[in-house]
Design a protein. Sequence first.
Length: 402
Amino acid sequence: MKKLVIKISYIFAPFKSKNYLYLWSGAFLSNIGSWVQTVALNWYIVSKLNSAFYLGILNFVSSFPVVFLTHIAGVAADRFNRKKIIILTHLLLCFTAISLGLIIQFVHNKTIVWIFIITLLSGLGNTFTSPAWQAIIPQLVDKNSLLSAIALNSAQFNLARFVGPVVATFIVNQLGLVWCFYFNGISFLFVVISLLFIKLSSQKILDKKFYNNLYDDIIDAWKYIKEKKFLIKYIILSGIISFFGMGYVVLVPIYAKNVLVGHIKTLGTLMSSSGLGALTGALLVSLLNLYIPKIMIIKYGMILYGIFISVFALSKNLILSSISLYIAAFLFLTIISSINTSIQESIDEHYRGRVMSNFVWMFMGMMPFGAIVCGSLADLITPQLTLLSFSVTLILCVFIFN
């Protein structure tokens, strides 16, 4: 019993830091808003167009800036104050969320085009937020608590992923779909407020004498990664699971409406199940890493993940679909947290922003391409066959890469 208490205290150790607790709380409230908007926007697209292809385009547009700007964002996270970067980007995200609400409520011509434009701008904000956010976590906790801090950061995101769809369903039923976007806009301000109360440990900003131009900084980081072969392996693995493993996210609204013959509550149930599974994974990944090597979690987790996404692909029952998404999301979170921690634990501070930008670039950068391929194939060969083909390919990649 005493050992169990010690292990549980190890999981929640980062909360002893007030700075971490403030940022965690602000991020949690903000992410609830983000998931509220995700449910609302996906349902709006499905209701208007009933097309997996356009859902794929939406996901592609939202992640497109990652492909070209993540490395620049990583350099910015090493050159400039990360706290200020996150504040500025969240103010931008507040603007884009409210703009989406105004467009859907008042603009009746070319609404979809405007949605894609604002979504692209939102993706720009997220691109510059991600490396700074990843790199700021070690400034909030000591090294011994880093794994738990990363896991709890994932936990708040996925707790919001569970709560958000429930809140979205309530808002749509009580106030109307457009209020989901206004709610999200306000929620971004919680991160800004929390950061104003935080005093960070000193950030080792890249000394000006060590850089001449942006290109040199990016190349320098690539050379650093090349010297550490295991970093290449982990970064590539994150791209593989992102491209082949995240297709179900694009197709969940189509499954809810067409395969399960449901409505926005059905979509909310599926997304909440996925969020709850990821939350469970985030809370348990620290304990799993005490008993199972990270590389084993990554390898066998990816195989099992492919299997349970296949179960979801073949299911026509809401309960079975929800259970399979719960387990798949649990596995996905443990895999990505293990990859993230393996990278974070082994890099030098003044390279952290740029190295993590490569991780974000591969992980998030593969999502838009996976999304658009998945959405296009779903309209051609059905969503079920698309997810099955992606899952089988993911499993094969594990064996080939190994």
